[in-house]
Write a protein that binds this ligand. Sequence first.
Ligand SMILES: O=C(O)c1ccc[n+]([C@@H]2O[C@H](COP(=O)([O-])O)[C@@H](O)[C@H]2O)c1
Ligand SMILES: Cc1cc2nc[nH]c2cc1C
Length: 322
Amino acid sequence: MPAASEAAVTAVRERQARLTKPEGSLGRLEEIVAFLAAWQDKPQPQMERPLVAIFAANHGVAARGVSAYPPSVTRAMMENFGNGGAAVNQICASFGTGLKIFELALDLPTEDITQKPAMDEAAAAATFAFGMEAIAGGIDLLCLGEMGIGNTTVAAAVYHGLYGGKPEDWVGQGTGVDAEGLRRKIDAVGTAVALHKDNLTDPLQVMRCLGGREIAAMAGAILAARIEHIPVILDGYVACASAAILQALHPGAIDHCLAGHVSAEKPHANVLARLGKAPLLDLGLRLGEGSGAALAIGIVKAALACHDGMATFDEAKVPGQV
Ligand SMILES: O=C(O)c1ccc[n+]([C@@H]2O[C@H](COP(=O)([O-])O)[C@@H](O)[C@H]2O)c1
Ligand SMILES: Cc1cc2nc[nH]c2cc1C
C-alpha cells in the first residue's frame, strides 16, 4: 500500500506558512489540504473530479422486522437517485459533484445473517472486486455511501463481531425503528454473532458472514482508492463498517480516509473513535446514501480555494510575525 507522501506535505506546509493568516489559524482546513497532498502524492493537491459513489444492496435479515421501511425501498430509491430526487442528488448538485450508483443484485438479498453467512466466499470476493471499479474514470477524491434497507443491522453485527462488547452497544435506530424494532435488531445482532463466532477472527470472514454486498464493495473501493492515490471521504455508520474491516486487517489501511460526518446513529461516535477519525461535520444526519460525505466536499473545496487562492504576506505586503 502506498504511504503518505512526506515531500508533498512539506510543500503544503511551506506555502501555508506564507499565506496571509496567523500560523495554523485555518485549523482543520489546513490539515485537509495536507491530507490531500499526502494521499494524492501531489505538492499542490486538487479536487477537480470528485465522485460520490453509492453502493446499494438488499439484506435477508430485513425480513426480521429490523427496519422501519420495507426492502422494496432500496430499489425504489435507485429510481429516485436516477431521477435526481434524493437528498444526495441535491447535495452533489450544490457542489457540482459527480454521482455514480452501483447496484448489487437487489433482487437477490444476501442470506439472513442470523441463519447463515451473508455470502459465500466467491460472492464476497467478487463483490469486493466489483467495488474496486468505483475509482474508474480519473477521479481525484472518492466519497463513499450506500443504500440498503436493513443495513444498519448488518453494520452493527460487523462492529459487534470486530469489537466485541454487547449487541446493544452497536445498535441504533437506523431508519427509525420503535422500541420493539430495536429489540429485534439487538436480538438479530446477538444471534448472528453467536452463530458465526468461530469464523470471526479473520476480518474478511466477519465481512462475509455478517456484512452485506454494499459493505464488501465499499471495502474494495477504499482499498483500490489507496492503491491509486485517491483520498476517500467516508459517509456514516454503515460506510464506516467497511473501513473498520480494512483497519482490522491492517492498521494503516484507512489512513487515506476522512470521516465526512458523525451520524445521529448513536454508536457511530464510538465507531469513529475506534477508527481514530474526527468527523468534519456533526449535523444530526442519519440518512446514509453518501449525504454526509458529499456535504464534506464543500469544506474540502473551501480548504483548497484558500490554499490556492490566498495571497502570501509578500504578495499582499502584509507584515509578518514579529
Ligand atoms: O450511515 C448512517 O449513518 C445511516 C444511519 C441510519 C440510516 N441509514 C440508511 O438507512 C438505511 C438502513 O436503515 P435500516 O433501518 O433499514 O437498517 C440504509 O439505506 C442507510 O443508508 C444510514
Ligand atoms: C426513503 C429512504 C431513503 C434513504 N436513503 C438512504 N437510506 C434511506 C432509507 C429510506 C427509507
